[in-house]
Design a protein around this ligand. Structure first.
Ligand code: 5GP
Length: 185
């Protein structure tokens, strides 16, 4: 019992400063939804959510859209260390359907070096969609290794490891309603 309580205290000690508050996430998602709805007016959008981190961002963004839209998912594993992706990416779960001729919007949680997204864009572009754009909740411009056309960005953040609102640390903390720095991250 005491052990459990101590473990809980140690866990919360991993949650550092809040970088993006819950209200700011909600406001920005609505703004992005409005912009995307205007840009794709009259078209049917296919949202491609990148699992698992984009989970909450995607579901909130999709409800903020006023255009017709469908959703599909991909899951990717990036080889590399816990904090640095190598750019060598394996597809764990591919899309259910063809994207040929579709207006595709990739919905990502965070773009760090950009290597994962760069791989994903090349892979999807080869399937000949009518258009391919990216909406990322967070980006870390300081860490970028490849130049990518990210059309919609929620927030630019400094070079810190963040958790919450879908983002994990060893699969934990995705359920935090805000984005916080991982203590020591
Ligand atoms: P990139 O290939 O752009 O370097 O890495 C992108 C992926 O690394 C993201 O989709 C995410 O899974 C992970 N990642 C990068 N930075 C962070 C971070 O600050 N927090 C968490 N939880 N994941 C991150």
């Amino acid at each position: 019992m005491i052990g459990e309580r101590l473990a809980a205290v140690a866990e919360t000690a991993e949650i550092g400063d809040i970088l993006v508050e819950r209200e700011d996430l909600a406001r920005r998602v609505l703004e992005l939804g409005e912009r995307i709805s205007a840009d794709y007016a009259g078209r049917t959008l296919l949202l491609v959510g990148v699992l698992k981190g984009a989970l909450f961002f995607l579901s909130d963004l999709m409800r903020a859209l006023e255009v017709e839209c469908e959703v599909d998912f991909m899951a990717l594993a990036s080889y590399g260390s816990a904090t640095d992706s190598s750019g060598v990416v394996r597809i764990l779960k591919d899309l259910d359907a063809s994207i040929e001729g579709r207006d595709v919007l990739i919905v990502e949680d965070i773009v760090d070096s950009g290597l994962t997204l760069s791989y994903l864009m090349r892979t999807l572009q080869a399937r000949e969609p009518a258009s391919l754009e990216v909406c990322a909740l967070l980006t870390k411009p300081e860490r970028r290794k490849v130049d990518l056309p990210i059309r919609y960005v929620g927030f630019e953040i400094p070079n810190r490891f963040v958790i919450g609102y879908g983002l994990d640390h060893a699969e934990r903390y995705r359920n935090l309603p805000y984005v916080a720095v991982l203590s020591g991250g």
